[in-house]
Design a protein around this ligand. Structure first.
Ligand SMILES: [Zn+2]
Length: 120
């Protein structure tokens, strides 16, 4: 069963891909997603530190409220699931580890277009 968070994440990914003028990498898609707020068990100063992907909202002693920024490893499984059902397309460029994604209804992207994007 899909959770509400899963549905919201996949909707946001699809919207970002439909709005993008060119294929997006997994990391670019992660950066396009909104931060999400979670309540986590207070763990020393772990959630109190300065970090690119987290922001402490409040410390209530036993728990912390933290805003998290989605990262590539978090969104990749969602993209793979969307690709498996044909909702997004994956574009791979030979010799590159980075995966690029397109909304399924967009026309196919040529390697030449990706090259142009890469060197832009
Ligand atoms: Zn705390």
């Amino acid at each position: 069963m899909k959770t509400l968070a899963t549905i919201a994440t996949r909707d946001a990914l699809l919207t970002a891909l439909r709005d993008a003028p060119h294929p997006l990498s997994t990391a670019e898609l992660a950066a396009a997603l909104p931060w999400h707020r979670e309540q986590v068990v207070h763990h020393g100063t772990w959630y109190h530190r300065e970090a690119e992907h987290l922001k402490l909202v409040l410390c209530a002693g036993e728990f912390d409220v933290v805003d998290f920024r989605p990262y590539a490893a978090h969104v990749y499984p969602h993209l793979a699931a969307l690709a498996a059902t044909g909702q997004v397309g994956q574009v791979r460029v030979a010799g590159m580890r980075t995966a690029y994604w397109t909304a399924a209804q967009q026309p196919g992207v040529t390697v030449g277009q990706l090259d142009a994007m890469w060197s832009a």
